[in-house]
Design a protein around this ligand. Structure first.
Ligand SMILES: Cc1ncc(COP(=O)(O)O)c(C=O)c1O
Length: 426
């Protein structure tokens, strides 16, 4: 697979190199030069999850991996299902939280870890990533205990849920976690600074496991197909998929799926009040504001780093941005939707509820809707308990970690302090 840097088309890399490198020059994102198009979609949808996923990914990676190698990556990464649940007539929840850290990031994080192990040339690797909540846990668990790979995870102190923190800040060994005095955008800026520092990059073998790493997006394409495969042929005819969006990696993966043949009539970008993209789609002006803390804190992002990929893909496919649905949901409204879903017999946390709300508002007669449930409700237990006035159960992985001591370092949003942490992690 050939990819180029969206900021510098002369920088062209293989998939292996893009996985190792993460970001290109000038913090440019890598993007596939070409994409396969599947014509027998019904045949593809008839396959089981792993066989279908291996087929999709082989069509992209076939010049670098054999089909058997891709199948092994898929088998090792996707060891949990992605079921859809019928919430009401014509509306389904795609449950992406059945992995070890109970969030959709388990798919991308684990596929990236497998890919990186497959393409690493035996040298030292330091994974540096910023998280607004769930990426950290998915990455930490995907790489925990892997030889020659150190992981450093930055997160905004006090701005992720205590349970999210417990899930990835209690592991130790090759996982270093840093609570940064700042917000998620500060963490993301520190990561970008580190990648811009050529000497540091070489010294510690820097690599990113954020949603900027293309391998994560490729893994995510697979669960969109898995969702559609569970619908009846009639339901596939006019399908709308609503994606709760922060950094827009998940929506990028969905659109990549559509580019290779996923039958979707329309995608909806659903955000909380950090609404840079919906405003941009409305006005054509890119005007990020100060990030506002919300109940759906993993989506508190005002400078979504995957957006250039969506622009590039839409331009290539001739899809006008106006075709993208959009919607902005306040905390009050997301709480209302958590309660509405509960009354329908479905337990959901605020991120998924945002996608549900916008879908529900915009679904037309005759259309079938899927909204993505990106995290298990128990990952946002404090919020869900309060909204529903209940005490929901913790699933086993969360209950275990919640009892362990936090091992995080605390640092300012300062690049020199980060450099020291990276060196100490070696
Ligand atoms: C629970 C949850 N929902 C939604 C999102 C937003 O996904 P994306 O950043 O791919 O837009 C995140 C991202 O961290 C998340 O953790």
């Amino acid at each position: 697979m050939k990819l180029h840097n969206l900021k510098d088309h002369n920088e062209q890399v293989s998939f292996a190199q893009a996985v190792r490198q993460g970001l290109g020059r000038n913090q440019g994102l890598f993007f596939p030069e070409t994409l396969p198009v599947f014509d027998d979609i019904d045949g593809l949808l008839a396959l089981d999850f792993h066989t279908r996923s291996a087929k999709i990914l082989s069509a992209m990676l076939g010049d670098e991996f054999t089909e058997a190698q891709v199948k092994t990556l898929v088998d090792n990464a996707f060891q949990f299902p992605a079921p859809i649940a019928n919430v009401k007539d014509g509306v389904y929840a795609l449950e992406l939280f059945h992995g070890p850290t109970l969030a959709f990031k388990d798919f991308g994080g684990r596929f990236m870890a497998q890919s990186l192990a497959a393409v690493s040339e035996g040298g030292k690797i330091t994974i540096l990533t910023a998280t607004s909540g769930d990426t950290g846990a998915a990455v930490a668990h995907a790489f925990f205990g892997m030889e020659n790979i150190n992981v450093v995870i930055l997160y905004p102190k006090g701005k992720i849920s205590p349970l999210q923190e417990a899930l990835f800040c209690t592991l130790g060994e090759n996982i270093t976690t840093v609570a940064v005095n700042g917000d998620f955008d500060d963490c993301q800026a520190l990561v970008k600074n580190a990648f811009d520092d050529e000497a540091l990059r070489k010294e510690v073998g820097l690599n990113s496991a954020n949603s900027i790493n293309i391998s994560r997006l490729m893994a995510q394409i697979c669960y969109y197909f898995e969702a559609v495969a569970q619908l009846s042929p009639a339901e596939r005819e006019e399908l709308v998929i609503s994606v709760p969006s922060g950094n827009f990696g998940n929506l990028t993966a969905g659109l990549l799926g559509k580019a290779v043949g996923l039958p979707v009539k329309r995608f909806i970008a659903a955000t909380n009040v950090n609404d840079t993209v919906p405003r941009y789609l409305e006005t054509g002006k890119w005007e990020p504001k100060q990030t506002i803390p919300t109940l759906s804190n993993a989506m508190d992002v005002s400078q979504p780093n995957n957006w250039p990929r969506i622009e590039a893909l839409c331009a290539r496919k001739g899809w006008g941005l106006a075709q993208l649905g959009k919607g902005v949901v306040t905390d009050e409204q997301s709480q209302e939707s958590v309660r509405e879903l509960h009354n329908l017999g479905y337990l959901c946390e605020p991120h998924g509820a945002i996608a549900y709300r916008v879908l529900n508002e915009q679904l037309a007669a005759g259309e079938t809707g899927i909204f993505l449930c990106t995290a298990h409700p128990a990952k946002f237990k404090e919020a869900v308990d309060e909204i529903l006035d209940r005490d929901i159960d913790l699933p086993a992985p969360l209950a275990k970690h919640a009892k362990l001591p936090l091992l995080s370092l605390e640092r300012d949003a300062d690049f020199d302090q980060l450099k020291q942490v990276l060196r100490d992690a070696q």
